[in-house]
Design a protein around this ligand. Structure first.
Ligand SMILES: Nc1nc2c(ncn2[C@@H]2O[C@H](COP(=O)(O)OP(=O)(O)OP(=O)(O)O)[C@@H](O)[C@H]2O)c(=O)[nH]1
Length: 615
């Protein structure tokens, strides 16, 4: 599809910018594919299934990670329209991407599965769109399913979102039923963008990606004026000047000579690093500066984990893989780190646990890197009381992402932990079980309502630390898969935090220090000692494994002494066999770390660090 497109004929009133929001698996990508087919952007073949889900991990997991954009041409009542579909990811961790996609739109298609009804992310996404004052078109999908119950879903939509049921469009994205009606609704119900063609060029950068050949591709929405190929463009954020190519996504890049007010497209301006393409930045012409649009708050990493190469010789390879991946995902923060046991590595910050898993999976799949990932932690804060430390840090408040930086209680007036507001939707028969699970995770109930005669919506304030590991899995399993969960950040609360050390024969093991909730210290300490006991082989002397808070020991395990004589296996005098065994033992030792006199195999660290908080 490479014919030249004359964009000048699309006045602002012929443009609609919209995105599709939905709970995971409710059919967003399938509907997007149908819209692309109907408008001729892609051919109708099996191969084109889920064109907007480009990454391998997306196809495999069936989730959208990175938002994509597509411009569609659509005739309605004798008029040609330019519809810009901005795809959005469908998981809690990526709600940041959803909100930035929304900022380039005037309306959304809110998809709800006709069988499953409203789920947690439907609610979260609805509020993002509602607060941004977008037109919301409710679409009930999968009406072809045998147990579809669109009536009931319409009642839920009326009750929870206060949208009249008559506004719902019932479709089957799979079969294409009523999809045309969706396009008509986009034209009829979503207002055109507010953008004045006679204003100076002003564009919002709402996303960016990295192309190995051409550098950074910025996705832009034009809030005013026009821009042509070769114009000198300035980024308001950095003040740098660029010159670039431009075009539309169809959904592949389709170069054009110009982009006009109200349109959505891309600019490739020779930026080398996505960090130059700040999301929320404003672009303008060099000779016509404009006032910058209100930007976004930068995405905040909420889950941190160490990443190390399996073997130090793989360090350079892993480094370049991480660099390349973060080029395309500016929400990952990277800091160099090193551990005595695991060698040189990084401490990476992610938006959430799934974000971390997806990143990890992409490292392995796309870059063939094998990595050790340590147990995730959340960013705690400390309010300092020691004048000396305040001076050192240049402020009272510090964020702690690494136990090694944990300031002593004597220098701190208050510790804080991040909290999130979680929404759970589930059939009411599971309410009791869910409530007691939430309670055991220190959650405070904020609200509970029935969205119909069988389904309950509960809101809880959770310490983030309590949901960062296996919360979602546990919720799914205790509700036989029927509960859904979403959360938004809700600031910080006071917490009783302490640093727990692990000692081997009295010597602290730096990489096993952890920050724990005071009343969890005992159980965490006990479980770490037990794990270490299993992971460290017996040695020639007794080994004491202890968990300690300051000088107080709170848990202990003992590994009995054992005479590890490898040569005992060789009876007779085969000297080469003896040499081989000795060499093997020496190699094994290289992979060990000596703590005091105790030899700890690398695997022991991996086992303890990896699974540490999963109980
Ligand atoms: N029966 C039926 N199945 C559908 C329909 N629409 C989508 N599906 C199926 O539902 C599953 C999820 O659809 P997707 O389009 O991948 O869902 P999604 O919302 O894009 O998922 P995320 O991108 O991860 O949020 C797929 O197996 C689709 O084939 C429909 O109208 N009817």
């Amino acid at each position: 599809f490479k014919e030249s497109i004359d964009l000048s004929k699309f006045n602002v009133d012929k443009i609609r910018n919209f995105c599709i929001i939905a709970h995971i698996d409710h059919g967003k990508s399938t509907l997007a594919d149908r819209l692309l087919e109907i408008t001729g952007a892609i051919a109708k073949t099996e191969k084109n299934k889920q064109v907007l889900d480009k990454l391998q991990v997306e196809r495999e997991r069936g989730i959208t990670v990175k938002a994509q954009t597509a411009s569609l041409f659509y005739s309605h009542q004798g008029q040609q329209y330019l519809l810009n579909l901005i795809d959005t990811p469908g998981h809690v961790d990526f709600s940041y991407e959803v909100s930035r996609s929304i900022s380039a739109c005037q309306g959304v298609l809110l998809i709800v599965d006709a069988n499953q009804g409203i789920q947690a992310q439907t609610v979260a996404n609805f509020y993002l769109a509602f607060e941004a004052q977008l037109a919301i078109i409710p679409v009930i999908n999968k009406i072809d399913l045998r147990n579809a119950d669109p009536e009931r879903v319409e009642s839920q939509i009326e009750k929870v979102f206060d949208i009249p049921r008559e506004e719902c469009i019932r479709i089957s994205a799979k079969l294409g039923t009523n999809v045309e009606k969706v396009l008509q609704a986009v034209v009829d119900r979503i207002p055109p963008p507010v953008a004045c063609p006679s204003d100076p060029f002003k564009a919002l950068v709402f996303d960016s990606s990295f192309d190995h050949y051409r550098g950074v591709v910025t996705n832009v929405a034009l809030f005013g004026g026009q821009v042509k190929k070769g114009d000198r463009i300035v980024s308001a954020y950095l003040g740098k000047t660029y010159e670039g190519e431009l075009g539309l996504f169809r959904p592949d890049e389709h170069p054009t000579q110009k982009l006009y007010a109200g349109q959505v497209g891309y600019i490739i301006a020779g930026m080398k690093d996505v960090k130059e393409a700040q999301i929320g930045d404003t672009l303008h012409l060099q000779e016509r500066p404009v006032e910058a649009l209100p930007g976004f708050k930068p995405a905040k990493a909420m889950v941190f984990a160490g990443m190390y190469p399996m073997d130090q010789s793989e360090y350079p390879g892993l480094r370049s893989a991480i660099e390349r991946l973060t080029l395309n995902d500016s929400s990952v923060t990277v800091q160099r780190d090193s551990s005595l046991a695991l060698g040189a590595g990084w401490r990476l910050g992610f938006l959430g646990l799934l974000h971390m898993e997806v990143f990890n999976q992409r490292l392995e799949q796309e870059y063939n890197a094998s990595v050790i990932v340590t147990a995730p932690t959340v960013p705690y804060k400390a309010i300092l009381s020691s004048a000396k430390l305040i001076k050192e840090h240049g402020g009272k408040e510090i964020t702690i992402v690494n136990p090694a930086q944990f300031p002593d209680k004597a220098a701190v007036s208050e510790y804080l932990e991040p909290v999130v507001l979680g929404t759970i939707l589930a059939p009411d028969s599971y309410t009791g079980k869910i409530m007691s699970m939430c309670l055991s995770r220190r959650a405070i109930q904020k609200n509970i309502v029935y969205i119909d005669d069988q389904r309950v919506m509960m809101k809880y304030l959770f310490p983030l630390n309590e949901i960062v590991v296996d919360f979602y899995d546990q919720l799914k399993s205790l509700s036989s898969g029927y509960a859904s969960f979403d959360y938004e950040n809700a600031g910080y609360q006071t917490a009783e935090l302490i640093k727990m050390d692990i000692l081997l024969n009295g010597k602290p093991v730096e990489e096993l220090a952890t920050i724990v909730q005071r009343d969890r210290a005992y159980s965490t300490g006990k479980s770490m000692c037990e794990r270490l006991k299993d992971a460290i082989p017996r040695q020639m002397f007794e080994i004491a494994i202890q968990a300690a808070i300051g000088s107080k020991i709170i848990a202990r395990e003992t590994i009995k002494a054992y005479r590890n004589n490898v040569l005992a296996k060789c009876y007779g005098g085969d000297i080469t066999r003896k040499m081989k065994l000795l060499k093997k033992q020496a190699e094994g030792k290289k992979k060990m770390r000596l703590i005091g006199r105790v030899e700890v195999p690398k695997d022991a660290f991996i086992n303890v660090l990896k699974r540490l908080t999963s109980e």
